[in-house]
Design a protein around this ligand. Structure first.
Ligand code: C2O
Ligand code: CU
Length: 501
């Protein structure tokens, strides 16, 4: 994304996605619409969006906007979301991180039929665990999520203290050369041949199909090979669907307490730097750290699918960036601007320093009683070895040497305590592993027990060579996906199932 100085490119009104919140809260989500209450309508539809001044791409959206509206509910409420599919392809919604009943998890071929064009499906579940979550398509998801079918989902604590400002930033990357006709081509693609579980559901799983998942806004190559994991094709980086000179603006006033909910909806990791302020990282994947320390000039690495909530007091008037420092192309353009009331523009500059320390969540916050310990007895114990291989000329991503659906499931029964050791033997690739339907506790990294706060997550990034041990309680019956959230990797095999007897 590029574009000149100034804000002349900020009028997106013709596309109807730049709505003000209209919410009666003192806070807002920037330009993303916020929906509150208990009943919601999401329409999946094809649209176009100006992601940076002068760069308008075909997108697939919920309610005509990327991101789709924020759905914001109260802990304890039962919520209903009606999905209407106006896309030219089947779709579904997965509530990433929310421990919903299995039938509401949104996995075509496993938990429901894919929602066909013109059809509707109603999701309903009780929002129990407060936190920052998100929703996205789980049908042909490497393609559909990449095209923009995602939004944020926030469960407000019953009696949590409310910040004065509560912003949500959804991070994503695009291929700026995408053109409208590719959108039409992709719309006609048939992904209906896979059936994950052999159950009699129509539609298909989006995973384990090595021929799909590389659409990437028109980036598929001529030969039609699986090149989906070539991340260099992405050259436009957005926060809340905005980039270039029209970046997301986050107004604050001096003295206010500000929460920033970071959600990575893309396939690349980012190292986020908040300029000008001390801050705390208060949650990871929506789950709180115990007594987190104050940080300054520390990068927060956010992998695909992960969420981190930052909190700070606005005590340093001016205009400040919150931006990606991961270097290379990903460092260019992924930013938002925190602007104090009355501050003049341009008082902060992007910087490309990559020498800042990185937050290590395995030694952050204060130790406290936790659900699990390393040396307790577990009723089940599994090893997952993550790796990369070539198969028939395509790159595949394996678990224990196999690709989905040939990976033996993690079999559990209700009440089990389950320990899972994961090791990433891929030479180059990160694997952000996401477990559906459950939270897990991180017990150790590279053989070292965690120091500091217990860390509860649903998405955990493993860099090449890293080993983690996690544990979870089998308390939510069903068939659940456990997969890499680089959705290209999932599409190319890296999907296990957790199956209850
Ligand atoms: Cu966020 Cu199985 O997905
Ligand atoms: Cu992966």
């Amino acid at each position: 994304g590029s574009g000149g100085k100034g804000h002349s490119g900020m009028d997106h009104s013709s596309m109807g996605h730049n709505m003000e919140t209209g919410s009666n809260n003192a806070t807002n989500t920037g330009s993303t619409e916020r929906l509150t209450g208990t009943a919601f309508n999401l329409t999946a539809q094809v649209s176009k969006q100006e992601l940076a001044p002068g760069i308008t791409l075909p997108v697939w959206t919920f309610n005509n906007s990327v991101p789709g509206p924020q759905i914001r509910v109260k802990q304890g409420n039962t919520v209903t979301i009606n999905l209407k599919n106006e896309l030219p392809a089947p779709t579904s919604i997965h509530w990433h991180g929310v421990p919903v009943p299995n039938a509401m998890d949104g996995i075509p071929g496993v938990t429901q039929n894919a929602v066909q064009p013109g059809e509707t499906f109603t999701y309903t579940f009780k929002a129990e665990a407060p936190g920052t979550y998100w929703y996205h398509s789980h049908q042909d998801s490497a393609n559909q999520t990449d095209r923009g079918l995602y939004g944020s989902f926030v469960v407000e604590a019953k009696d949590g203290d409310k910040p004065d400002r509560d912003y949500t930033l959804m991070l994503d990357e695009w291929v700026s050369a995408g053109t409208g006709d590719k959108g039409e081509n992709m719309a006609g693609m048939d992904h209906g041949t896979m059936n994950m579980s052999g159950s009699n559901t129509s539609g298909s799983s989006d995973m384990g199909d090595t021929s799909s998942g590389h659409g990437g806004h028109g980036a598929s190559n001529e030969a039609g090979m699986n090149m989906g994991h070539d991340m260099s094709m992405y050259d436009l980086f957005t926060i809340n669907g905005k980039s270039g000179s029209a970046v997301e603006q986050l107004p604050v006033k001096k003295g206010e307490k500000v929460r920033i909910r970071l959600i990575n909806a893309g396939f690349l990791s980012h190292q986020i730097h908040l300029h000008g302020h001390e801050f705390k990282v208060v949650t990871s994947d929506g789950q709180p750290f115990n007594n987190p320390a104050v940080l300054k000039d520390t990068l927060v690495n956010i992998a695909p699918g992960e969420r981190y909530d930052l909190e700070f007091v606005a005590d340093n008037p001016g205009q400040w960036l919150i931006e990606d420092h991961s270097g290379g192309k990903a460092g260019q353009g992924l930013k938002a601007v925190i602007g104090y009331e009355g501050a003049s523009a341009g008082t902060d500059k992007p910087d490309v320093s990559d020498s800042l320390p990185l937050l290590d969540i395995t030694r952050y916050g204060e130790a406290s009683a936790a659900m699990f310990t390393l040396d307790q007895t577990y009723s089940k114990s599994y090893d997952l070895e993550l790796n990369t291989a070539m198969k028939n000329g395509s790159m595949v991503y394996t678990i224990n040497g196999s690709i989905f659906p040939d990976i033996p499931p993690v079999n559990v029964k209700k009440g089990d305590t389950v320990k899972v050791r994961m090791v990433n033997n891929s030479p180059m690739d990160d694997h952000p592993m996401h477990l559906h339907g459950h939270f897990f506790q991180v017990l150790s990294k590279n053989g070292k027990p965690l120091e500091g706060s217990p860390v509860i997550k649903d998405t955990l990034n493993l860099k090449p060579g890293e080993e983690y041990v996690v544990a979870f309680k089998a308390d939510n019956e069903g068939n659940w996906m456990f997969h890499c959230h680089d959705l290209h990797h999932a599409a190319a095999g890296m999907v296990a199932e957790v199956k209850y007897d």
